[in-house]
Design a protein around this ligand. Structure first.
Ligand SMILES: C[S@@+](CC[C@H](N)C(=O)[O-])C[C@H]1O[C@@H](n2cnc3c(N)ncnc32)[C@H](O)[C@@H]1O
Length: 280
């Protein structure tokens, strides 16, 4: 969710009155379509308790964007505190004004959104470091990703856990567009280009509206798609003692149930999405 991506365009609609696209707030649309902070907080809190037999209290959210995950962490327990790190001032400010302040002082005082490089980290060591929505895929070489994993590990207390996510599957390495109707708009995820030589993946999010207007490339990403074995190897090389993959259980219709397990093997699917937990 970096600043406004190059190539962002508002297209179409309404003479006179502003179009729905022109009136929309791309951070709000992103949050509604992509994020579910309370559910994700519950997942990491439960996994921390399962693996460490204590309650996780302090959390660093790398690539925090608007910081809604950090906020949900602080809201989940009165002793919890979160530090969100992101380079993008506009996005941090949006989160502070639109989400942190309305949440009230008691919670807001336990959420710290900092304009800072994740490589720098914090002075303070925390129970959990989380980097979600594949943001670490901006690191495109083994050397860079290893440096980041080392920085995340340095930021953890002795029994701390590092949480990441990743996606893959047969549908990913090709041009593709997927649409989903949300309340009041259509969310579109596009794979603009996948380079078979480098595994670099350029993707974008577009939003369209009932009056025919559209925000094209509201968010755009330039990533290297890392595979699970590569990620595991680099985490171990960075010094983490154990790496676990969490896979979502599905029901008879193949829909996710929200319950996760650690598979011994995993059949490749059209599209899968996994959490990764690394133990310091
Ligand atoms: C895909 S968004 C992720 C937002 C949020 N974590 C989420 O789950 O939706 C990636 C964010 O990473 C930030 N970013 C990119 N490189 C960074 C770096 N080296 N240090 C801190 N933030 C960075 C961008 O500004 C952007 O807000």
């Amino acid at each position: 969710m970096p600043g406004k991506p190059s190539g962002m365009r508002i297209r179409g609609a309404g003479r006179g009155r502003k179009s729905l696209a022109a009136r929309a707030d791309r951070h709000e649309l992103y949050e509604a379509a992509v994020q579910d902070p309370p559910t994700e907080v519950e997942l990491v809190a439960r996994q921390f308790k399962r693996l460490r037999k204590r309650r996780g209290l302090t959390l660093r959210e790398d690539f925090c964007g608007t910081g809604v995950f950090s906020l949900a962490w602080a809201q989940s327990h009165e002793e919890r505190e979160a530090w969100g790190l992101d380079l993008d001032r506009e996005t941090l400010d949006w989160g502070t004004v639109q989400r942190l302040r309305p949440a009230g002082e008691a919670v807001g005082a336990r959420v710290h959104l900092l304009e800072r490089n994740v490589m720098t980290g914090l002075r303070k060591r925390v129970d959990l470091v989380c980097a979600f929505n594949f943001s670490y895929w901006i690191f495109k070489t083994r050397a860079e990703l290893l440096r980041y994993f080392k920085a995340a590990r340095r930021g953890l207390v002795d029994d701390g856990l590092f949480f990441l996510d990743a996606f893959g599957g047969t549908e990913v390495p090709m041009r593709d567009r997927n649409e989903r109707s949300e309340r009041g708009f259509v969310y579109e995820w596009e794979h603009e280009h996948f380079d078979a030589l480098t595994n670099e993946l350029r993707c974008a999010i577009h939003f369209s509206f009932s009056d025919g207007s559209k925000i094209e490339r509201a968010f755009a990403y330039d990533w290297r798609m890392w595979t699970l074995p590569e990620i595991k190897e680099l985490l171990l090389e960075a010094g983490f003692s154990k790496v676990r993959f969490l896979w979502e259980r599905s029901d008879e219709d193949g829909d996710g149930t929200g319950a996760y397990y650690e598979p011994k093997t995993a059949d490749n699917e059209g599209l899968w999405w996994a959490y990764i937990v690394a133990e310091r």
